[in-house]
Ligand binder design. Structure first.
Ligand SMILES: [Zn+2]
Length: 211
């Protein structure tokens, strides 16, 4: 399946979203905040705001983990070295916090020990992509990613590390500009085997906090 076909599958249209109605309500929100709606900078804001909210929540369009399963899996044998080693894939994410609808963003590192199946390196970020386009907390996002990869691969262990800066902490509340939060989800061999856990955490320490 080509990337284009995959895109179509991961982001289908969401016909039930009424952009017009959302835009009307957002106009009312701005009115209640006493924003000048005639200001040329603001005139088209409710429509743009509605549009960006729909885009940033498009992960709700895609809920079929089974489809991901059939698309992404590759079988490998235990004799194959690839099938026994820790696989680590990292990248960046950005999402909206469920409590304040403000962005949080940062880096993720996913590690897993295959059982019988592996996944193409580019597919893990696609799984992250589906989950980050929903309203999230960092904790939930890490668990959602771990759950999906677990369903796809049934690995011997899965680990998800996430580090993020939360604008709801930077711009309001405590206004902590250094509010970098870390989340760790460790399952299977990452919990049971000290060495596997150490191996993953040393990769996190090398790659996670820096870039
Ligand atoms: Zn928040």
């Amino acid at each position: 399946m080509s990337d284009l076909e995959l895109d179509a599958l991961l982001a289908p249209a969401r016909p039930t979203v009424d952009r017009e109605k959302i835009s009307e309500h957002l106009t009312e929100v701005l009115r209640l905040l006493h924003v000048d709606l005639e200001d040329e900078n603001v005139r088209d804001t409710p429509r743009r705001w509605a549009e960006s909210l729909v885009t940033m929540t498009s992960g709700y369009d895609f809920t079929d983990v089974k489809t991901l399963t059939t698309l992404f899996r590759k079988t490998c044998s235990q004799a194959d070295e690839k099938c026994n080693n820790l696989v680590v894939i990292g990248g960046t994410y950005k999402t909206l916090c469920a409590h304040h609808i403000l962005p949080f963003f940062g880096r993720f590192i996913v590690g897993y020990i295959p059982e019988k199946t592996i996944i193409g390196a580019s597919k893990i970020p696609r799984v992250v992509d589906v989950h980050m386009r929903r309203l999230q907390s960092q904790e939930h996002l890490a668990h959602d990613i771990a759950d999906t990869i677990e369903k796809i691969l049934e690995p011997r262990g899965i680990a998800v590390w996430m580090g993020g800066i939360h604008l709801c902490m930077v711009m309001r509340g405590v206004e902590q500009e250094s509010s970098f939060m870390e989340t760790n989800v460790l399952r299977g061999e990452f919990l049971e085997d000290e060495r596997t856990r150490q191996e993953f955490m040393s990769i996190v320490n090398r790659r996670g906090q820096r870039d």
